[in-house]
Ligand binder design. Structure first.
Ligand code: NAP
Length: 318
């Protein structure tokens, strides 16, 4: 893949200033967290969720007796799982004994590290490079998942980019690149996953789309990003309606402002202003998003939740 998906720090600053001036966060992937990359190597704390596909216990974790066995939990495809929030999601699912497909665009080294962490925590994982904005690469991603693990039970549409600028200055290419990945990519992966989920009887699947609070609020400088994220919310509701009767749930998570080294670089003055816009008075962490994914993906208590957009934003949007 030719393009670099890493956002510039200037776009992060741009977004942070919007947060201050608009009192609502852009909460974009340009706040990509080097800190959250670090978490990929961190062992997750045990959760209280359980895995409906394999485990009837509500303890969630495999027991000490079984943790050494080859992972046989739900097969979870996580797009954009080499860094940031996606790495946190993949790691948490892996720690629950899931078999995780760690998708990435360019960062093969970090993706392999995420896989190592998952295997060390009792899960199983493969890293698969694929640009999920492209149909043929999405097909190859899901083929790799089925070849490795035989099925797909959970899809987390997490991969996302920003190409921020004011609407009047936005080039069609900047608009299109973000729509292609952040919205069309979600459609392509969802379609591919539903085909596979529908083949295994009884059908059981969970799809979680990572949108953003700006998909609800809009944000200056993010016409492309907020339109894509709003589209993801609409897509989520439609998929939920089409598949609820076939036992596939589809929900979205709208993260707020997620802490990162980049936000730390903004300096204490801007940080203090940003914090005044967050009722919780602090940034979220990638683990906060991953925890909600874990619940929606694995917990039996989430089986009757579909078509919802759940804000994980410290109360920024309510
Ligand atoms: P990030 O750290 O920039 O990571 C983006 C991930 O997406 C990387 O794993 C990257 O892979 C992957 N990716 C990029 N382009 C791709 C493509 N064409 N195909 C497949 N994978 C691709 O982003 P993040 O901050 O964790 O954000 C994750 C999601 O949360 C995004 O959808 C974002 O919009 C959303 N979100 C984030 C925030 C926030 O504050 N961070 C707030 C609201 C919503 P490589 O490493 O290989 O490039």
């Amino acid at each position: 893949m030719a393009f670099s998906v890493r956002a510039t720090s200037s776009s992060a600053h741009h977004i942070a200033r919007n947060v201050v001036s608009k009192t609502r966060s852009s909460c974009s992937s340009s706040l990509a967290s080097k800190r959250s990359q670090g978490m990929a190597g961190k062992k997750m704390s045990p959760s209280s969720s359980s895995i409906p596909f394999r485990f009837s216990s509500s303890s969630g974790r495999k027991s000490a007796m079984t943790v050494q066995a080859a992972a046989d939990g739900p097969v979870c495809v996580v797009t954009g799982a080499s860094r940031g929030i996606g790495a946190a999601i993949a790691t948490q699912l892996g720690a629950q004994g899931c078999r995780v497909v760690v998708n990435y665009a360019a960062s093969s080294g970090p993706a392999e590290e995420v896989c190592k962490t998952i295997k060390a925590s009792g899960g199983d994982a493969i890293a698969v490079q694929a640009n999920v904005a492209k149909q043929e690469e999405v097909d190859a991603l899901f083929k790799a998942a089925v070849d490795a693990f035989g099925e797909v039970n959970v899809l987390v549409n997490n991969a996302g980019i920003t190409r921020d600028t004011l609407m009047m200055r936005m080039k069609l290419a900047q608009w299109q690149e973000v729509i292609d990945l952040n919205l069309t990519g979600v459609f392509l992966c969802t379609q591919a996953a539903c085909k596979i989920m529908g083949k295994k009887k009884p059908v059981k699947g969970r799809i979680i789309n990572i949108t953003s609070v700006v998909g609800v609020t809009g944000n200056a400088g993010q016409a492309n990003y907020s339109a894509a994220k709003a589209g993801v919310i609409g897509l989520t509701k439609t998929v939920a309606r089409e598949y609820a009767g076939r036992n596939i749930q589809c929900n979205a998570i709208a993260p707020g402002f997620i802490a990162s080294d980049m936000t730390a670089e903004l300096g204490p003055e801007i940080e203090a202003k940003i914090l005044t816009t967050i009722p919780a008075g602090k940034y979220g962490q990638p683990e906060d998003i991953a925890g909600m994914v874990r619940f929606l993906a694995l917990d039996p208590a989430a089986a009757y939740i579909t078509g919802q957009t759940i804000h994980v934003d410290g109360g920024m949007v309510m």
